[in-house]
Design a protein around this ligand. Sequence first.
Ligand SMILES: Cc1cc2nc3c(=O)[nH]c(=O)nc-3n(C[C@H](O)[C@H](O)[C@H](O)COP(=O)(O)OP(=O)(O)OC[C@H]3O[C@@H](n4cnc5c(N)ncnc54)[C@H](O)[C@@H]3O)c2cc1C
Length: 427
Amino acid sequence: MTPDLLKTETFDLVVIGAGSAGLAAASAAADAGVERILILEKEDFPGGILLQCVHNGFGLHRYEQELTGPEYAERALSELRRKRIDLRCGAMVLSITPDKEVRYSGEKYGYRAARAKSVVCATGADERTRGAIRIPGDRPAGVMTAGLAQHYMNLDGYTVGRRVFILGSGDIGLIMARRVTLEGGKVLGVAELMPYSNGLARNIAQCLNDFDIPLYLSHTVREIRGKKRLEQIVLSQVDENFAFVPGTDKTFDVDTLLLSVGLIPSNRLLTELGVRLHPKTGGPVVDETLQTSIPGIFSCGNSLHVHDLADFVSMEGENAGRCAALYIQEKLGAESGDSPVVRTEPGAGIGYLLPSVLHAERAEEFLLKFRVRKPYRDVALLLKLNGRLMKKIKKPYLLPAEMENLRLKKEELPEPSGTLTLEVADE
Ligand SMILES: Cc1cc2nc3c(=O)[nH]c(=O)nc-3n(C[C@H](O)[C@H](O)[C@H](O)COP(=O)(O)OP(=O)(O)OC[C@H]3O[C@@H](n4cnc5c(N)ncnc54)[C@H](O)[C@@H]3O)c2cc1C
């Protein structure tokens, strides 16, 4: 179809993705006075990953209640239904043009375009697969990502296996260990490459310890065996350089291996548009308004950086929606490049630090988000501007599995430009 024949509609804001982030962004933009809002969601129902998370543990921060994923999604949707927002499901976004034309297709819509003043990209994250971690061996059925297994079990009603091993102790892996057990499967163990778990402490207690499922730290799967269906895995201990320790091989007879080896922000649309990506997070580079390197294009949720809690995703989505509203109303202030900026950089012990750019003249307060590289106890966080110490914060513990927030007031910044670093140091 030539662009001239393309059915094109005009909106103020187009939000891509109807997960926690996208729903919150659209809702907050409507509250801030944006009138013509369109949400495009490729699946047939809104809610994103929440729909397959039938366990509880959602909403404690946002609603002060413990909800399941679908209940949390319903809360967000009921807020949305009270507002005039056009939500289109079964609408897969294929591309965004530099002048903010969002092209999408779907059975109900054909191939269409939505022209917008601003776009919020909230496309979630993808799971890392066997190919990404290169486990040698056969290629039988029965090896799949933990999130896919969760979808099969919780949304499609299939059992994924009877004797299951899980590689990776991230939250999805831990939650699936419990889920498989509750459905009558036997989970022989969870292995983790690192000497510590990558999941939340509450999930280790509630999903492994309560069911006597062993956790093998500093272990990985070194071989997969099986002709048609998985028959065996070989597990080995690794040393501090992740090399196999000779003589530590253990063989497990299993029919299923679930991989919970990380999520990667899903940003194909922004990459093709030429948005600058962050080298550590896999999401785009953003400033304190969550605006990317292309003015008017905002990012939030797991497509910006991988979150552990949906509540924080929703709060970030609201921020993106409010800032997109200010952009549409031409109240956001100077665009990147026009005013002095502070650039942030992770220092010793910090995995990543967001946002990458702060406009000291534009905001009264900044919310910094970061993760540490490894677990720490009784340490201090040092915030430095251009090498000079600005702030020291004592921390009883820091864990890579838990995203940390740090609020910084404008008046705490001694200068409006330079490099802000955050590092972990002895107390
Ligand atoms: C297994 C698991 C367990 C979890 N447990 C908890 C918990 O106990 N408590 C808690 O608080 N949090 C939990 N979380 C975290 C939380 O649920 C997520 O971080 C959050 O919901 C992610 O929201 P999101 O909107 O960024 O992404 P998603 O929910 O992934 O939403 C992204 C949406 O974008 C859509 N999309 C993507 N590309 C396109 C496109 N091209 N066109 C149109 N639509 C598109 C997708 O279909 C999807 O609906 C869990 C997460 C997982 C995976």
